[in-house]
Write a protein that binds this ligand. Structure first.
Ligand SMILES: Cc1cc2nc3c(=O)[nH]c(=O)nc-3n(C[C@H](O)[C@H](O)[C@H](O)COP(=O)(O)O)c2cc1C
Length: 155
């Protein structure tokens, strides 16, 4: 009983991380409209997180109230722009790690490739092959990279 109580029902905060493959239908240029929709919806639902995309695969972290994260994930799951969606991590959390963004995004570039190599031995980003530790490490480093880029740009 206390196990369920301690998690506080739908109000409990959770973090969900999944990976997926972009389908042929997905145009990289449409990432902009995808992010605009994601940010608008996520703001309305107190969902925060981070999205990584390398032209082939997505790695996304969603955090927020359990019911909202589930609702959001169900919508994402039925989106034809990607397929082979696999949850790689789910946990109850005390506090958010991606509190700055309703959906942060870092484009595939040299710095993200360096981060991936730091956490895995991969030349090409294949989030399906990563350990959970490497996945969470990449997400945190990407978060710090975006944050530093934002601070640099505003100073
Ligand atoms: C890789 C990927 C990530 C997405 N991330 C989100 C998200 O974080 N939040 C969200 O609301 N929709 C996200 N979407 C879009 C949803 O699948 C869906 O199109 C959208 O939520 C529908 O919103 P609307 O009913 O307001 O148009 C994502 C889609 C893809 C393909």
């Amino acid at each position: 009983m206390s196990f369920f109580k301690s998690r506080g029902g739908d109000m409990a905060l959770v973090r969900l991380v999944y990976v997926s493959r972009a389908t042929k239908l997905f145009q990289p240029s449409s990432i902009k409209s995808l992010l605009a929709t994601a940010r608008r919806n996520n703001q309305n639902h107190q969902v925060t997180g981070l999205l990584c995309f390398n032209q082939h695969c997505f790695l996304q972290c969603l955090e927020g109230p359990r019911d909202k994260v589930n609702e959001t994930f169900h919508r994402i799951l039925s989106d034809p722009r990607h397929s082979h969606v696999e949850i790689v991590h789910f946990e109850y959390i005390e506090k958010r790690e991606y509190v700055q963004w309703n959906m942060g995004y870092l484009q595939d570039n040299a710095s993200i490739r360096a981060l991936i190599q730091k956490h895995s031995q991969q030349e090409v980003f294949n989030p399906y092959e990563l350990s959970v530790t490497a996945t969470l490490g990449i997400l945190r480093d990407v978060r710090d990279d975006i944050y530093h880029a934002m601070v640099d740009a505003s100073s």
